[in-house]
Design a protein around this ligand. Structure first.
Ligand code: CUA
Length: 143
């Protein structure tokens, strides 16, 4: 009898543990930049349209600009940003959105953002990266 009870307790503890792990992973997915395995394809800037309201942006930071430097998407779009750098460490901040990442060579960071309001969202570099740092920006045009 006692063995059964011990086994049951162990299983309950295991289940709680597994669910809390899943919960942490789920929370990370929405709040924190994710690391993605780097390969050279991420050095090619592009915008991929998945469907009418889902886009993937492959963003490349390089002294002193971002490519693509202008992204046009319709209102209500969800965008996955994949970010890397061709040279030094750059910052990536989308004004008006809670998106803040670092761009590093050999690393890819991913963040998802939803654009429900029309407008122009400025992207800028928030990590000092040389004389052209303050001019390093891009924009997202939603409308
Ligand atoms: Cu790039 Cu500052």
């Amino acid at each position: 009898k006692y063995e059964f009870r011990a086994l049951l307790t162990a299983m309950v503890v295991m289940t709680i543990f597994i669910f809390s792990m899943l919960y942490v992973v789920g929370a990370r997915r929405s709040d924190v930049p994710q690391c993605v395995n780097f390969d050279k394809s991420y050095l090619t800037p592009r915008v991929d349209k998945i469907d009418d309201s889902t886009y993937e942006v492959y963003m490349v930071a390089q002294m002193w600009g971002f490519q693509p430097d202008e992204i046009r998407i319709p209102v209500g779009s969800t965008v996955d940003f994949y970010l890397t750098s061709k040279d030094v460490v750059h910052g990536f901040y989308i004004d008006g959105k809670d998106v803040n990442m670092m761009a590093e060579y050999g690393n890819v960071t991913k963040r998802t953002a939803k654009f429900n309001t029309a407008g122009v969202y400025k992207i800028f570099c928030h990590e000092y990266c040389g004389v052209g740092h303050q001019n390093m920006e891009a924009r997202i045009i939603v409308g």
